[in-house]
Design a protein around this ligand. Structure first.
Ligand SMILES: *Cc1c(COP(=O)(O)O)cnc(C)c1O
Length: 323
């Protein structure tokens, strides 16, 4: 496939040049299987979270891939729902989880988006758009405190409420604060999917839908026998290679896979990174930055970050192709 000359990549034509950078492959079948599995296990309504362009995977394409399986969508803003054309594509309703930037009910109604509201003023102005109450159970941002719940329910004729729960106590608090009012309730994102008591009337996973569905890779463009300290940081290695992806594409130092072996990226530059290699690896071999057995959860500790951020950064790191 590649013209290789000793340890370096040479004579690149344009097509090969594009392959020298990061490629992002998205497995729509895997997203479907994840959605089906979540549905089978939870046995309640599934609201798929496709905010932030489906965590970088592409909201429109993800919506088309699982539109027949889900009960609805969650995005952050009305603008995201419009941009991804969620209603036109799937005829499934949408909740905008973030604070309502528009207070015109018509704007939500035409796009079949329901705003989340957290105070009586928003609830009153958006009543015709059938708003959903966002209850504060600990996050302390765009959510309604315990004292105002009844006032907001009344002002917006609220029928449905949710909270952004990261722990079981958040779910319990939602139930306590809203019980006896006949509301449809949901709380569980990916981290609480395995807790039956967290499922209530619907689940709202994002990350769990995308697990295993993204593979990000870049080929080794150089391979060297290392001589003394290498790079800016002067790391030491027996052999090292170089890929054409750096922090300009969101990459950080951490584990990777080369030919199925676990390797390390010890140093990242602006548009390239070093990979520590074993004796067998050659120019043109693929460095897997995410995917195969390497999950966002494995990279997050090395990146001092969350699986969400890892997925978002890497799924936007190069040209996406969809399987
Ligand atoms: C992002 C988000 C989710 C989904 O979270 P995951 O951890 O990706 O499953 C669910 N609910 C709210 C309110 C969110 O903001």
């Amino acid at each position: 496939m590649f013209q290789l000359d000793g340890s370096a990549w040479s004579g690149l034509n344009e097509d090969m040049a594009s392959q020298a950078y990061v490629s992002v492959r998205i497995d729509r079948e895997r997203i479907r299987r994840n959605a089906q599995e979540i549905q089978r296990r939870s046995a309640v309504a599934l609201y798929a979270v496709i905010k932030a362009d489906a965590y970088g995977l592409g909201a429109g394409l993800v919506a088309e891939a699982i539109g027949d399986l889900v009960d609805g969508w969650c995005v952050f803003s009305l603008a995201e729902a419009i941009e991804a054309q969620l209603w036109q594509r799937t005829r499934k309703p949408v909740i905008a989880l973030g604070p309502p930037l528009s207070l015109e009910p018509e704007e939500y109604l035409v796009h079949h988006v329901r705003p989340a509201v957290s105070n009586a003023e928003e609830a009153r102005l958006l009543r015709q758009a059938d708003p959903v109450l966002c209850v504060d159970t600990g996050m302390q941002r765009f959510a309604c405190g315990a004292e105002q719940i009844d006032e907001v329910i009344e002002a917006g004729q609220i029928r449905e409420a949710f909270t952004h729960a990261t722990r079981m106590e958040h779910v319990q608090r939602l139930v306590e604060l809203t019980q006896g009012r006949g509301l449809k309730l949901h709380a569980a994102a990916s981290s609480l999917l395995d807790r039956p008591e967290a499922r209530l009337d619907a689940v709202r996973p994002g990350l769990a839908l995308y697990r295993g569905a993204v593979r990000v890779s870049a080929p080794l463009v150089e391979v060297h026998q290392s001589r003394g300290p290498v790079g800016y940081t002067g790391f030491s290695a027996q052999r090292h290679g170089v890929i054409l992806a750096g922090y300009a594409r969101g990459l950080h130092a951490g584990p990777c896979l080369v030919n199925g072996q676990c390797r390390q990226i010890p140093e990242v530059g602006m548009q390239s990174a070093y990979v520590e290699l074993g004796p067998e690896e050659r120019v043109g071999d693929e460095v897997v930055l995410l995917g195969d057995d390497l999950l966002p959860d494995h990279l997050a500790p090395a990146w001092a970050s969350t699986p969400h951020e890892v997925l978002l950064r890497l799924s936007k790191a190069g040209r996406r192709t969809y399987l």
